[in-house]
Design a protein around this ligand. Structure first.
Ligand SMILES: Cc1cc2nc3c(=O)[nH]c(=O)nc-3n(C[C@H](O)[C@H](O)[C@H](O)COP(=O)(O)OP(=O)(O)OC[C@H]3O[C@@H](n4cnc5c(N)ncnc54)[C@H](O)[C@@H]3O)c2cc1C
Length: 408
């Protein structure tokens, strides 16, 4: 282990739900600092600690906070990725790892709602999903519109010509899941610090990082998993390679006593061609609907998180077609979150070109949450030198400056 006894790490305020950090004079050096406690940072810290590393996890606002992309209440875990088998396999492995983790902590943070792909005639994507699911041996059903109608009569089938159902997929209760991984990592020995890390300068080997409070932390390896804040952290490198966009999310309340819009009656559904998706009412929040088209550029720190009347109008028009009986349903909650998009939607997991010991991890691009455990395994293996090789699609070199979304 790399060490410098001259320096002292000063602990800072921690999020209320996290155990106070156990750092004292002399414990100032760690193997790896993970900056950012979103879904990627917490899983990376968790996996590195399990592989025997001494890890500090640091976040500016606390794990799963409202401005982080991982701070939403729910995220879909589906296996279909068109012809992109790499993500189908990753989602398959991730679901297994999430479920094992929830089993270990004895908490139910996965809801097996099933995921229904609504296919439009002219849209090849659901067909490609079905081919890949078949090849990878993930259970799925192809349904005709009359079969969909029979099972889910509350869904309007306007412009839909068939469907794919992934019965084993569903929803991860995102914020609580991320906080649970952080809590377990800390219970296992990861040290957590709340502080805003300043952008590092220089090149070669990074020796230390500092927070805006003047704290200094030394490590052998640094992992920056800062989500939509990555372009602020590395403006010269990432300002145009990761583009945060503003995304609005709405929840609608079903009529009193009506169970047709909760699970198991209503599955999660994806309307790929209409760029929309919906979740059944989980835990009484209401049916969740969002448009999956990239919104305008967004500042994750200071951006306005109040939804727009235009956004509500579009979602209500969609609702009137897909769940006609909820066309006039009241909005029960809204959220504004940000995607952190790479040019085509592939993740960014690579060494910084100017620093031999700095990793960049992010670019979840609106679909990255589910893969958290796999990203954790992958990054830990690469840092440990145990990886079978690097995945070219995650490299910085493949990240262009223009947007051309192909991975969803
Ligand atoms: C509306 C919406 C719906 C989505 N739906 C899905 C879905 O259904 N399924 C799916 O798989 N994915 C989905 N995603 C994508 C997924 O949520 C994100 O890709 C994922 O959460 C990104 O995680 P992250 O760890 O990279 O970033 P974040 O969760 O944003 O975490 C980054 C962290 O870094 C911290 N940080 C930043 N700068 C600093 C600093 N200087 N010092 C210290 N800490 C810092 C931040 O405070 C933050 O906590 C959705 C995203 C949105 C917005």
């Amino acid at each position: 282990m790399w060490a410098d006894p001259e320096l002292t790490l000063v602990s800072s305020r921690v999020a209320d739900f996290l155990r106070p950090m156990q750092v004292s004079k002399g414990q100032n050096i760690c193997d790896v600092v993970v900056i950012g406690a979103g879904v990627y940072g917490v899983w990376i810290a968790y996996e590195l600690q399990r592989s025997g590393k001494r890890v500090i996890l640091i976040d500016a606002h606390g794990t799963g906070h409202s401005r982080s992309s991982s701070g939403g209440e729910s995220r879909i875990i589906r296996m279909g990725y068109g012809a992109d088998e790499i993500y189908t396999r990753s989602a398959q492995r991730a679901l297994q790892l999430w479920q094992e983790f929830f089993g270990r902590i004895n908490e139910t943070l996965f809801q097996q709602t099933g995921v229904l792909w609504l296919a439009h005639e002219e849209d090849p994507y659901p067909g490609r999903c079905a081919e890949t699911l078949h090849r990878v041996r993930i259970p799925f059903e192809k349904l005709t519109t009359s079969e969909v109608h029979q099972r889910f009569p509350q869904i309007g089938l306007d412009r839909v010509s068939w469907a794919v159902l992934e019965p084993e997929s569903g929803i991860i209760m995102a914020r609580r899941a991320v906080q649970a991984v952080a809590r377990e990592a800390i219970n296992n020995g990861v040290e957590y610090l709340q502080g805003a890390v300043q952008p590092p300068n220089g090149e070669g080997r990074l020796t230390d990082i500092t927070t805006t409070n003047g704290e200094r932390i030394l490590a052998a390896t640094y992992v920056f998993a800062c989500g939509a804040w990555l372009p602020k952290m590395f403006p010269g490198l990432l300002a145009d390679r990761i583009r945060p966009t503003r995304q609005e999310v709405f929840f609608f309340g079903a009529p009193a006593g009506d169970c047709r819009f909760t699970m198991p009656a209503l599955p999660t559904w994806i309307d790929f061609k209409d760029e929309a998706y919906g979740l059944p009412d989980l835990e009484g929040r209401g049916v969740k609907i969002a448009i999956d088209r990239h919104g305008p550029r967004f500042d994750p720190e200071s951006g306005n998180r109040v939804v727009t009347p235009e956004g509500l109008l579009e979602v209500r028009q969609y609702l009137a077609r897909r769940l006609p009986e909820l066309r006039n349903a009241p909005v029960t909650e809204t959220r504004v979150c940000q995607y952190e998009n790479t040019s085509n939607g592939d993740f960014l997991i690579d060494l910084h070109p100017d620093f031999e010991n700095v990793w960049l991890v992010g670019g979840g691009s609106g679909h990255g949450f589910k893969h958290g455990p796999v990203v954790g395994e992958y990054v830990a293996a690469r840092i440990d030198g145990k990886s079978e090789g690097s995945e070219a699609r995650f490299s910085l070199a493949t990240k262009a400056f223009h947007q051309q979304r192909t991975v969803y």
